[in-house]
Design a protein around this ligand. Structure first.
Ligand SMILES: [Fe+2]
Length: 193
């Protein structure tokens, strides 16, 4: 079974591809810190309420009560991880650079050997217990549903680096992704699309 699904969702023009504004610099959460890298791997920020409503309006009414939040998330590369709060997420990709999102099969065990997190709803998995199960490359403006309870990572294509070096950012620009978090199992949400 795949743990991601491309969604046929149309985002209003004024919110599509880098047009969504941030509210100041208010940060909702920071996740994943790799040894030797100053920044966190994922930083979630608030967007205006009107933008939140605009993104919700693109989605089936039946899933709206299960949305726990909508943020703009700045993402560099991400080591294999799972989320412990939301069950799945709908990603509205606003700015990407050919990064590969890979899902893994295997045993999920916490790993904070070389990457640390602050325990707020996200943990790294031991990569030696995992094997790649499927991947996709999101384009600007595309929308995907992701199963955040399955291990997943964001990597550079054809990266020959090993260990934590694989997750050290090599591009200056981060990915910008509007994320709608859902307290509903991936399969249930997928069935609405
Ligand atoms: Fe994630």
């Amino acid at each position: 079974m795949s743990n991601f699904k491309k969604l046929d969702v149309k985002v209003p023009y004024e919110h599509n591809q880098r047009r969504t504004r941030l509210i100041g610099k208010h940060v909702l959460g920071k996740h994943g810190k790799i040894d030797g890298v100053d920044d966190y791997s994922a930083v979630r920020r608030y967007i205006p309420r009107s933008s939140v409503e605009a993104f919700k309006s693109c989605l089936p009414a039946d899933i709206l009560p299960y949305i726990s939040g909508v943020t703009m998330t700045e993402i560099t590369l991400l080591a294999p991880h799972v989320h412990t709060k939301e069950m799945c997420v709908i990603n509205f990709y606003q700015q990407t650079h050919g990064e590969v999102t890979t899902f893994y099969d295997g045993k999920v065990e916490v790993d904070d050997n070389w990457t640390q997190d602050n325990g707020n709803g996200y943990f790294l998995c031991k990569p030696e217990l995992l094997s790649p199960a499927g991947s996709f490359v999101a384009e600007d403006g595309s929308v995907y549903l992701l199963n955040t309870r399955a291990p997943h990572a964001v990597e550079e294509p054809n990266d020959e680096r090993v260990g934590n070096d694989r997750y050290k950012p090599i591009k200056k620009d981060k990915r910008m992704v509007v994320q709608a978090f859902l307290d509903l199992p991936f399969e249930r949400v997928a069935s609405y699309f």
